[in-house]
Design a protein around this ligand. Sequence first.
Ligand code: HDD
Length: 687
Amino acid sequence: MMNVADNKKDEQLEEYRINNDGKKLTTNHGVRVSEDEHSLKAGERGPTLMEDFHFREKMTHFDHERIPERIVHARGFGAHGYFQVYESMAKWTKADFLQEPSKKTPVFVRFSTVAGSRGSADSVRDARGFATKFYTDEGNFDLVGNNIPVFFIQDAIKFPDLVHSFKPEPHNEMPQAATAHDTFYDFIVNNTESAHMVLWTNSDRGIPRSYRMMEGFGVHTFRLVNAEGIAHFVKFHWKPLLGVHSLVWDEAQKIAGKDPDFHRRDLYEAIELGNYPEYELGIQIIKEEDEFNFDFDVLDPTKIWPEELVPVHRIGKMTLDKNVDNVFAETEQAAFHIGHVVPGIDFTNDPLLQGRLFSYTDTQLLRLGGPNFQQIPINRPVSPVHNHQRDGYHQMRIDQGQVSYHKNGLANNSPAPASPEEGGYTHYQEKVEGHKVRKRSDSFMDHYSQAKLFWNSMSMPEKQHIIEAFQFELGKCLNKEIQQQVVDMYANVDHFLAEQIAIGLGLEVPEKEKESTVTDQSPALSQLNTPMSAQTRKVAILVHNGFDGEDLMNVLKAFEQAGMMAEIVSEHQGKIKSANGAELKVDQTFLTADSVLYDAVYIATGQESVDALKKNKKVNEFLMNAFNHYKAIGAPKEGAALMQAFLMESEKAAAGVITSDNTVNIDDSIEAFIQAVAKHRHWERQI
Ligand code: HDD
């Protein structure tokens, strides 16, 4: 972890941290309280007295403890960290935090789901928010992105409609945190610019394995501007070093019940254990003069710039190394705004971006109760703030002096505007002229080509998941016409996709002629082409009394060396004994754990242990789910017997199930198992 002296934001937050250990209880006015269990009454059985200021204050504060949740991205989880650039980006931008590799810029990241309310489950099908606040020496830069590089709509004026359509339906407030309902798909078929993004949300991207294994995208085209005033179009990416990986849908649904906090727990635990999540910042650059040289409009937020066409330069790395001390104070009160930019980073005329520039401050005024939300510790920049803005609810500053206006003579015109050389922000001088119109450019009208590009780029298992996701989502729609309209809409993308959805729902298969003619692929879009690693993967070791102690010690050592995390799962908590009488502490039982909460399962060796596991119905369910969710299963020696029922199916079914006979050296099977874990899932079983 970056030490405090190294991190200006942490140093600043330290001033606000309160340690209550060993302290005396007081009111908010600092008066010590002598009693906190009984309100002040007129007689032991008498009425409570108004003069009980401690009761009144405690109750009033409690009554006011909630603030409105975010209208979107209500459920989120944040962490602190830092960012370092690999080499100076001076040729593209003058942004100070992108110049010096030795400079560590503090960051705060909040990950979120979009549709669900604050108490909803983490593993729902949805886009994920990926919002980063860089506390730079020149002020805060917020990169408020998602884990999907495109958006549903092209113009911000449609955002309230989009959100109303995916939120629970107003007449019965169902369903929670899900797009599988009529109003959402009614919106989609009537706003076909969404075709591309809906393909992404119904792909594996909609159910990430972990916030640590998820890409992030700024989505919009921004500008980088260098010291000479030369601008380039830019798109921002976050690339997780652990690769991009997802759950399977059945698993995601089960997790929503078994552990609704699955993603926040995963992030929290990883950071506590020192497995700091790392993401590289990538940029794609297009020269201003090349603006019209592509078959997409660079201002259209429903389009990607295929990486094979416009390469992603990895320019630096972000490390998340500290959990928050207080979720409400930090994560809930964090206020991101796409308009928070620093010199060297500027906007474009993307109509979605332009509208967002209004919405974010507006929403904080309500949510955080007034215009001084920038002074809340998590939002405060580490650079100095001096201006003539005054007063308002919850003003924390005591600005001194007689003068609160510009220009002034009484205070020598201070604080005074800074020249560009002194770090003053100057807007890129783009020439704009035009008629006032409520219109969209024709160059935004191709809604299907990139959806087809995405589809073409998927591997077979990924395509199968998309088909099943549509069958599920539309299967939950009550209106048959809407279902058919979605199928007809996707016939414009890919006929096979539309046909498969139609078959699953008993609908009419549309004609083939409509299908997009795009044949290109972008391999970078398939998650199977991202890094695979066993590091930080969580394994359940199923074990019972009578296990082979020596084998298990070797297994635990090997897992640790591979950077994996193991939990001992058994029938009851407390301790179990090996065949030789060695004791082992149990972490979870078959009641508290479930295979959906692990990346892989390992059956410990030892005849007595395996025999006991065999008799347990829950073990069978554990293994069946792990198998059906394509996870690596280690079942060497006696454990192989537990896998017989699954392995009889076919050779493909055996993929990722590591067995061995009793004579084999355990080390070989451990190594094979670790490699199987690194593959994330064994999709061969699907076919
Ligand atoms: Fe937004 C929150 C991302 C379009 C209006 N948005 C919000 C958050 C993220 C995004 C990650 C949560 C920030 C946090 O953790 O506090 N939003 C996006 C992306 C978009 C997008 C990637 C498209 C490229 N958003 C968008 C539009 C509008 C908004 C078009 C309105 C014109 N977004 C909001 C908001 C929120 C918000 C209502 C709710 C809470 C908040 O801002 O602070 O203002």
